[in-house]
Design a protein around this ligand. Structure first.
Ligand code: NAD
Length: 476
C-alpha cells in the first residue's frame, strides 16, 4: 500500500539514478494538511486572463479576491479590458505580471476565462495566453480554464470551440503532470456564474492534488448560494453516513467529513466491527456493524439515523467489492455478489432513505470507478456496477435538486488501498505509473472530492461524475 518507487525517485540518490537510467520520476504531490480554508489562495499569485467575448471576469475576480489570491494580469491580451473594468468596479487591485523572461517568479496558477470562445481564432487567444506562461508555473501549480457548457451554444462553431477546450485541458494535463501541476476545466452554466467560487477554490487548492485533466459542469443552483464566509467550517452540524467506513477509502472519507465538522455514522460488515470501532472512535463517530446487502439493512440504517440524529444530511455509498474473472470463467456467485454490494444495496438503501431518512438539502455521493468508464478485462461485473452508478446519479439529480440537495459520483483511478494491494505486481505497477501524475492516489484524494461534493462549495454541482485518478490512461 505504499509506493516505494515514488519514495526512491524523490530521494537524492534515487533522483540521479532515475535520471541516468531515463526512468520516470513521479512528483511528490503537495496535499492539504488541514480543512477547507477561508482563504485557500492567501498570498498566492494567480495570473488571470480571458479571451474575446468572455463574460466571467466579474465572478472570477470576486472568487479569487475572496480566496486571498494576489491577482496578476498579463500586459496585453484580448480579455484584459473586461478584467480591468470589472476590477475597477469592484475596487480590486491588479498587479501586472513580470515578463515571461522572469523565470524565477512564475504564477502559482493560470486562470483563463474562455467563456466567449466561438471558433478557431478564439482558441488562438488561449494559446497566446498560456504558451509563454506554462513553463513558469512552479511544481504543484494549477491551470484552470472556464467555459460555457458546449451544449449551451446554439452555433456549431461555438459548440465545437467549447468542446475543444476539453482536449486542450486533457493534453496539457499530460504535459505538465510530471511537475505535479493539474489542469482542469469548469463548464459554467449561464445561471451558475455566481457559484463558481466554490469549485474554483477546490480545483486551485491542495485538496484537489490528484484531480487533473477533468471537466466539471456547474448548473443552476439547487440551494441558495452559501455566503463566502461559510467556506471555512463547512459541515458543522451535519450528520453523514458512510458505508464501508472501516478501512481504505471509506475510513478516509469518514475522517475528512469529520475534519469539516460533520458527525459521522460509519457502516461496515460485522466481521470488521473491531476496525470500524477504532476508525469511528478516532473521530468521535458512531459505528454501525452491518452488511449492507442484508435484507433488513435499509430499515436498520434509517431506524438508527432517525433514533439518534433525526435523519442524514450526507450519504456516501462507498462500500464496494471486486470479484474479478474473465466473463467466460466467471461463476454466477461472483456476478451476483458484486452486483448486490456495488449496485443493488445502494438502490435499496436509497429507496428507504428517500421515503423518509434524509434531512432537507441532503447530499449524496456514490463511489464509481474509472473501470466503469473505460472498462477492464476481467471486470464485467464490477465495470457494469460502476457505470450503473454514473447513470444513477444522472437520473436521481432532478429529484435530489427538488429537495434542495444533490447527488454526484467520484470515479477513483488507482488508489493505494488493500483492494489494489491485492493486485498482481505488474498490473499494479502499470496502473500506478500510466497516468499524468505517474503515481497512484491516496484514500485522502477521494475523500477530499467527496467532501467537496458534500459541502457548500459544490452548490452548483449535481448529477456529475468527477474522475479523481491523476488522469489515469485507463478509462480515458
Ligand atoms: N482502491 C481503488 O483503487 C479503487 C478504484 C476505484 C474505485 N474504488 C472504489 O472505492 C470504494 C472503496 O474501495 P477501497 O479500495 O477502500 O476498498 P477496501 O476493500 O479497502 O474497503 C471496502 C470496505 O467496504 C466494506 N464492505 C464490503 N462489502 C460490504 C458490505 N456488504 N457491507 C458493508 N461493508 C462492506 C469492506 O469491509 C471494507 O471495509 C469501493 O466502492 C471501490 O469499488 C476503489
Amino acid at each position: 500500500m505504499s509506493d516505494r518507487y515514488l519514495d526512491f525517485a524523490n530521494s537524492p540518490l534515487g533522483k540521479s539514478i532515475a535520471a541516468a537510467l531515463g526512468l520516470p520520476a513521479p512528483p511528490r504531490l503537495r496535499r492539504a494538511e488541514s480543512g477547507f480554508a477561508a482563504q485557500p489562495l492567501a498570498e498566492r499569485p494567480v495570473l488571470l486572463g480571458g479571451g474575446s467575448g468572455a463574460g466571467l471576469a466579474g465572478s472570477l475576480l470576486a472568487a479569487l479576491h475572496s480566496a486571498g489570491a494576489v491577482i496578476r494580469i498579463a500586459p496585453s491580451h484580448a480579455g484584459l479590458p473586461a478584467i480591468k473594468q470589472a476590477a475597477a468596479a469592484a475596487g480590486i487591485a491588479l498587479k501586472t505580471e513580470p515578463g515571461a523572461e522572469d523565470r524565477g517568479n512564475g504564477p502559482f496558477a493560470l486562470v483563463y476565462d474562455a467563456s466567449g470562445v466561438r471558433g478557431p481564432a478564439d482558441l488562438r487567444e488561449l494559446y497566446d495566453f498560456c504558451q509563454p506562461q506554462v513553463s513558469r508555473i512552479p511544481a504543484n501549480g494549477r491551470v484552470l480554464l472556464l467555459s460555457r457548457a458546449p451544449a449551451e451554444n446554439r452555433d456549431a462553431a461555438a459548440h465545437a470551440a467549447s468542446q475543444a477546450l476539453r482536449g486542450f485541458v486533457r493534453s496539457l494535463g499530460k504535459e505538465v503532470g510530471k511537475k505535479g501541476i493539474t489542469v482542469n476545466l469548469l463548464e459554467v452554466g449561464r445561471d451558475a456564474d455566481a457559484l463558481l467560487a466554490g469549485p474554483l477554490r477546490f480545483f486551485l487548492s491542495e485538496h484537489a492534488a490528484f484531480v487533473t485533466g477533468q471537466p466539471l459542469a456547474l448548473t443552476a443552483p439547487f440551494a441558495p448560494a452559501a455566503p463566502l464566509r461559510e467556506f471555512g467550517a463547512t459541515l458543522s452540524g451535519k450528520v453523514a453516513v458512510v458505508t464501508g467506513a472501516a478501512r481504505g477509502i471509506g475510513a478516509a472519507i469518514a475522517a475528512t467529513l469529520a475534519r469539516e465538522g460533520a458527525q459521522v455514522v460509519g457502516i461496515d460488515r460485522p466481521q470488521e466491527e473491531g476496525m470500524l470501532g477504532q476508525t469511528l472512535a478516532a473521530i468521535n463517530g458512531f459505528g454501525l456493524p452491518l452488511d449492507i446487502t442484508a435484507v433488513d439493512a435499509p430499515a436498520r440504517i434509517a431506524g438508527e439515523l432517525d433514533k439518534r440524529f433525526g435523519g442524514a444530511d450526507i450519504v456516501v455509498h462507498n462500500a464496494g467489492i471486486t470479484r474479478d474473472k474473465m466473463l467466460k470463467n466467471m461463476p454466477p456467485h461472483f456476478w451476483d455478489q458484486v452486483l448486490d454490494v456495488n449496485f443493488g444495496a445502494i438502490l435499496r438503501i436509497n429507496e428507504q432513505l428517500l421515503a423518509g431518512g434524509l434531512k432537507p438539502g441532503a447530499r449524496m455521493v456514490c463511489i464509481s470507478s474509472i473501470g466503469g468508464i473505460g472498462g477492464n478485462a476481467g471486470q464485467t461485473n464490477y465495470g457494469a456496477t460502476k457505470a450503473g452508478v454514473i447513470g444513477y446519479v444522472e437520473s436521481l439529480a432532478a429529484e435530489m435538486a427538488g429537495r434542495g440537495g444533490a447527488i454526484n459520483a467520484v470515479a477513483p483511478g488507482f488508489i493505494e488501498t488493500q483492494m489494489t494491494a491485492a493486485m498482481p505486481a505488474i498490473p499494479r505497477e502499470v496502473g500506478r505509473r500510466l497516468s499524468s501524475l505517474g503515481q497512484g492516489g491516496l484514500p485522502i484524494d477521494i475523500a477530499e472530492a467527496v467532501t467537496f461534493f458534500a459541502s457548500p462549495l459544490a452548490a452548483a454541482v449535481n448529477g456529475r461524475t468527477l474522475r479523481v485518478c491523476g488522469q489515469n490512461y485507463f478509462g480515458a
